[in-house]
Design a protein around this ligand. Structure first.
Ligand SMILES: Nc1nc2c(ncn2[C@@H]2O[C@H](COP(=O)(O)OP(=O)(O)OP(=O)(O)O)[C@@H](O)[C@H]2O)c(=O)[nH]1
Ligand SMILES: [Mg+2]
Length: 310
């Protein structure tokens, strides 16, 4: 079954790709087998789009798809399903926003579940990226809602992280407060048609000037867009390309890619840890009674895991 699926995948069958991602996402052994086979083939520009709910990430993604397709490049979009109380129903919106591309053979749009209540990236989502790269997409955009854990995760996983802000009240304040700006390689002020755009740009510039210089000399550009009208999309795509060139020129692309793998490995370890400690109720009680240390219990659990996988 897997061999047949792999064959269709290699032939560029998008339904095979969709099926392969489902297998990876559900932790099916066939998913692992496909990853073993395809990982490391191809390399896309992996771009994270993060920002507060409703800032226009999907609309922007739609425009970026349009621009990339104009140049004949292929695009995949992963919309990370924010199953958090902040953004119920967003995925439907994402779908509608990018609907017009669904029939385009060069575009693949998929939503993936997030991890936990804080909306962090699931290890399986990151693994799915490798399938998209192997399938041969030139661009992969990952849309995550910038609340909780996701923007920290996305910065580790994407080659380029785009922070989408708007002049809407509170948006910028939130960005400054949470230290979100530190993860941005590019800042986009979207909804620049609304009042307050130029002022926000000035504030952002002032804040960036105070920030310590980036170790590789990258200067975070501030771009303005009106995604709903497609304005600024081409400039944004060009800026993302520039960032990618900067990564290549400074030798930081490879360490960045390793960071993505580190994320995946840590996700697996976390998941194992969660499963193990769930099964360890009696041992936990021993720690609570002071009969064992947490280290002793952790060691015992790891040994159990090791003997199980041997
Ligand atoms: N005025 C204005 N509205 C915009 C602009 N870009 C997007 N919008 C609108 O903002 C709303 C939210 O846009 P989305 O693209 O769904 O935003 P999002 O960030 O993907 O939202 P979530 O996925 O729910 O976090 C929609 O009604 C868009 O039409 C813009 O540049 N100007
Ligand atoms: Mg969206």
């Amino acid at each position: 079954m897997t061999a047949e699926l792999a064959r269709r995948f290699e032939e560029g069958d998008r339904r095979a790709l969709a099926r392969a991602i489902t297998l990876v996402e559900s932790g099916h052994p066939a998913g692992a087998e496909l990853l073993r086979r395809f990982r490391g083939r191809g390399q896309a520009r992996v771009v994270g789009l993060t920002g507060s709910p409703g800032s226009g990430k999907s609309t922007l993604a739609d425009r970026l798809i349009e621009e990339a397709r104009r140049g004949g490049e292929t695009v995949a979009v992963l919309a990370v399903d924010p199953s958090s109380p902040f953004t119920g129903g967003a995925v439907l919106g994402d779908r509608i926003r990018m609907m017009r591309h669904y029939r385009d053979e060069g575009v693949f749009i998929r939503s993936m579940a997030s991890r936990g209540a804080l909306g962090g990236l699931a290890g399986a989502t990151v693994a799915a990226l490798s399938l998209l790269e192997a399938f041969g997409f030139d661009w992969v955009f990952i849309e995550t809602v910038g609340v909780g854990q996701s923007e920290v995760d996305i910065a580790r996983v994407a080659d380029t992280t785009v922070l989408v802000l708007t002049p809407a009240a509170g948006d910028a304040v939130q960005a400054f407060k949470a230290g979100v700006m530190e993860i941005a390689d590019l800042i986009v002020v979207n909804k620049f048609d609304l009042p307050g755009g130029p002022r926000l740009v000035e504030e952002l510039k002032a804040t960036l000037e105070l920030a310590p210089p980036h170790p590789t000399g990258w200067e975070v550009p501030i771009l303005t867009t009106v995604a709903s009208r497609g304005e600024g999309a081409r400039e944004l795509l060009d800026a993302i390309r520039s960032h990618r060139r900067h990564l290549e020129a400074t030798g930081t692309l490879e360490p960045h890619r390793l960071e993505r793998v580190r994320f995946e490995v840590q996700a697996v370890i976390q998941e194992w840890g969660r499963k193990l400690s769930e099964a360890a109720e009696p041992l936990l009680r021993q720690v609570a009674r002071g009969e064992k240390t947490p280290e002793e219990v952790a060691e015992a659990l790891l040994q159990t895991a090791r003997s199980r996988s041997a």
